[in-house]
Design a binder for this molecule. Sequence first.
Ligand code: SF4
Length: 251
Amino acid sequence: MIITIDGKQCEAQYGEYILDVARRNNIFIPTLCHSDALPGQGNCRLCIVEVLEGKRRRVVVSCSYPVKGEVEVLTNTEKIRKMRKNLIRLLAAAAPDSDFMRDLQREYGLEEEERFQVYRGEDCILCGLCVRACEEVGIYAISTVNRGITKKVSTPYAEPSAVCIGCGACARVCPTGSIKMKEENGRREIWGKTFALLPCPGCGKPFITREELAYVQAKTGLEPAEILCEKCRQKRAARKMRDVFKDVTMK
Ligand code: SF4
C-alpha cells in the first residue's frame, strides 16, 4: 500500500512501522531508544509524528505504530517540534553529558537552556535498551530497580553480577554512553567486573571474554576456532559471497 510521509509517496507493507517506512525512504525522524536489532521500544518518544486518517489527526510513536491503511504522516509539524523540544529538555536533564543529547539540543535550539534540574553523573535516560539487549543474549544480568527519581538500571544489589558474561551488548546499544565499558591490556571492565579477553582466531585481536566464548559455544555448538571477531566474520562472509558469485558466473 502507499502512504504519504511529509508529502512523499512511500510504499509500505501492512503492519510495518512508520519509522521503518520513513527510514527506507530517507526521511529522518529522530530516535534515541530505537535499535534495528531491538525494534519497537517506544520509550524515549522522540520519534513522535502526526498521523492523519480520514478526519482523525493524532500524535503517535512512529517506531511502534503499524501501518494498517493509507495514512498521511507528518514528521516535523509545529506541534511535533514543540512536543519534541519538551521531551529533549527532559531527556537532556537526565543525560546532560551525552554527545547525542547535546547534538539534539543544538538542533532544536536548546543548547543554552537548563529548564529542569540536571542529574550529572549517570547519563541514563532509562530507555531500557540495555536491559532488553541482555535479555536477548539470554543472560538477564541487569534490570531497572527502584522507583521515581531513584529508578535506574543495575545489577542485583548493585554488586558485580554472578551471571554477567561481559559480552558488552548492553554498552553497545546504549544511546547515551551511560554504561561504561573499558578495554585495556587485553581486559574488559563492565558492571564492576573485569574479564580477560581472548584473541580472535582470525586476526589475533583480543575480542571476546572467556565466559562469552563458553556461552556461545554452548548455544551454537561451534568450535572456538570458528568464533571470530566481527571484522573477520564480515571478511569471511564477503569471501563466501565472492565464491558463490564466481561459481554462478562460471556456470
Ligand atoms: S555485559 Fe553483562 S550485563 Fe551487559 S549484556 Fe552482556 S551479560 Fe548482560
